[in-house]
Design a protein around this ligand. Structure first.
Ligand SMILES: CC(C)(COP(=O)(O)OP(=O)(O)OC[C@H]1O[C@@H](n2cnc3c(N)ncnc32)[C@H](O)[C@@H]1OP(=O)(O)O)[C@@H](O)C(=O)NCCC(=O)NCCS
Length: 160
């Protein structure tokens, strides 16, 4: 797998980036599973204390993002996505590592996440030290009314 991470700029985003984030979201999440958020949900979450947006740009193009929250010593990866045509370049891993580093700076002792059971992203998470810690049955409501379980994962963040 080629790794062109050097060409990718990882940085912080703001509410002004949500339209571009939504374009990545719509391209990245399969609508069958009901995982994508609306722009209003993203904006609402981003307006809360302790929530931040991380962006990955390839030149001018937004190719990936992560939305993370840290509160009371805990952090949660809320969303992470990369455009399908830019996957396999280490962008997801770079976003995840930045989210972990930012969570550490904010004093979080662990980073939690949840994802649909069977999501291929499991490989990325396990590779970055996450372990499964729970299951939420029928958590996601798919487009056709089908329900999908969620799995929760956690990764300790060593004290700096
Ligand atoms: C998950 C996601 C962000 C990974 O982005 P990416 O830029 O392709 O990830 P990377 O290139 O950094 O790959 C990291 C590792 O995960 C693996 N991986 C990532 N996505 C994978 C997939 N769909 N199938 C198999 N392996 C995958 C890669 O092979 C790599 O492992 P390796 O280095 O051992 O080969 C991307 O697939 C995505 O946007 N998925 C849809 C949205 C989603 O489900 N998000 C997670 C739940 S919020």
């Amino acid at each position: 797998m080629s790794d062109t991470r050097d060409a990718i700029a990882i940085g912080d985003g703001t509410a002004a980036d949500i339209a571009a984030v939504d374009a990545v979201m719509q391209a990245a999440f399969d609508p069958r599973f009901g995982e994508a958020w609306t722009q209003a949900q993203c904006l609402g979450m981003l307006s809360l204390p302790g929530v931040w947006l991380t962006l990955a740009h390839d030149d001018e193009l937004l190719v990936g993002f992560a939305l993370t929250r840290a509160i009371a010593g805990d952090a949660e990866l809320l969303l992470i996505a990369v455009r399908p045509d830019h996957r396999g370049r280490g962008i997801g891993r770079a976003l995840l590592r930045r989210a972990i580093a930012d969570a550490a700076k904010r004093g979080a002792g662990r980073l939690c996440l949840e994802m649909r059971a069977g999501n291929d992203a499991t490989r990325l998470y396990v590779g970055e030290g996450f372990v499964q810690c729970g299951e939420r049955r029928d958590y996601y409501a798919g487009r056709s009314g089908e329900r999908f379980d969620a799995h929760t994962y956690v990764r300790p963040i060593p004290l700096g």
